[in-house]
Ligand binder design. Structure first.
Ligand code: TZP
Ligand code: MG
Length: 214
């Protein structure tokens, strides 16, 4: 896939978190979010058993494939392979991306979280397809993060790499425009959509903002 096509697919990137669903099912929230204009979904399960993770991944694949929305699996190559996901997202403590690239079919894209300028520099020599700039702002959704980049940090990352950049951490409708202005190609959100009263409306509003930057 071309870099520009991938950047397009990453524009409004929903990251799931079972704790953010407020009692609704994952599939329901994801479907509503996609109706509202989410362009990519990452399944992020930190406590599920492998069996449950695979079952969720397969269920989401069935829902998302016909809609043309890519599914990305967080952390787990085996789960991505088992369900035929389009992408894998890895962090600094996960499977090294060079190994992941050897293990995955060439069409499966790899995202990598960058937490420091050193990480961004290293990415230039690694087989990664996009970078997750993590976190841009502090967020109660994930508290064990590196120091937030802030908007200035995000601008610095933009100047350092031509790779598609997805910003994550504390992003909502109120700061989405400045995150895009700072150079993000896509917005990755958990709570702004998963925990919204109406995930479809929340996604619609964010998508309208993202579209204004096309
Ligand atoms: N990685 C860095 S911050 C974060 C992840 C998974 C959580 C983002 O959640 P929210 O609710 O969009 O701030
Ligand atoms: Mg990880």
């Amino acid at each position: 896939m071309s870099t520009s096509r991938l950047a397009q697919l990453l524009r409004l990137y929903l990251v799931t978190d079972p704790q953010a669903l407020r009692g609704r099912t994952l599939t329901d929230v994801v479907l509503q979010a996609v109706q509202g204009g989410v362009t990519c979904v990452q399944l992020r399960e930190k406590t599920a058993s492998t069996r449950d993770f695979v079952a969720l991944a397969c269920a989401l694949t069935e829902v998302l494939k016909p809609l043309g929305v890519p599914l990305v699996i967080n952390d787990r190559l085996d789960v991505a392979l088992a369900c035929g996901a389009q992408g894998v997202h890895l962090g600094q403590s996960d499977m090294p991306v060079a190994l992941a690239r050897q293990l995955l079919p060439p069409e499966v894209f790899i995202g990598w979280s960058v937490e420091t300028p050193d990480d961004v520099q290293r990415a230039a020599h690694l087989p990664v397809d996009y970078l997750g700039v993590s976190p841009v702002f502090a967020t109660p959704t994930k508290t064990d993060t590196a120091t937030p980049w802030g908007l200035e940090g995000l601008c610095q990352v933009r100047a350092m790499t031509p790779l598609p950049l997805v910003a994550i951490g504390g992003i909502h409708l109120g700061n989405a425009a400045e995150v895009l202005t700072a150079g993000a190609d896509g917005l990755a959100v958990v709570s702004a959509i998963c925990s919204a009263d109406d995930p479809c409306l929340a996604a619609q509003a964010l998508r309208t903002c993202v579209n204004a930057f096309l």
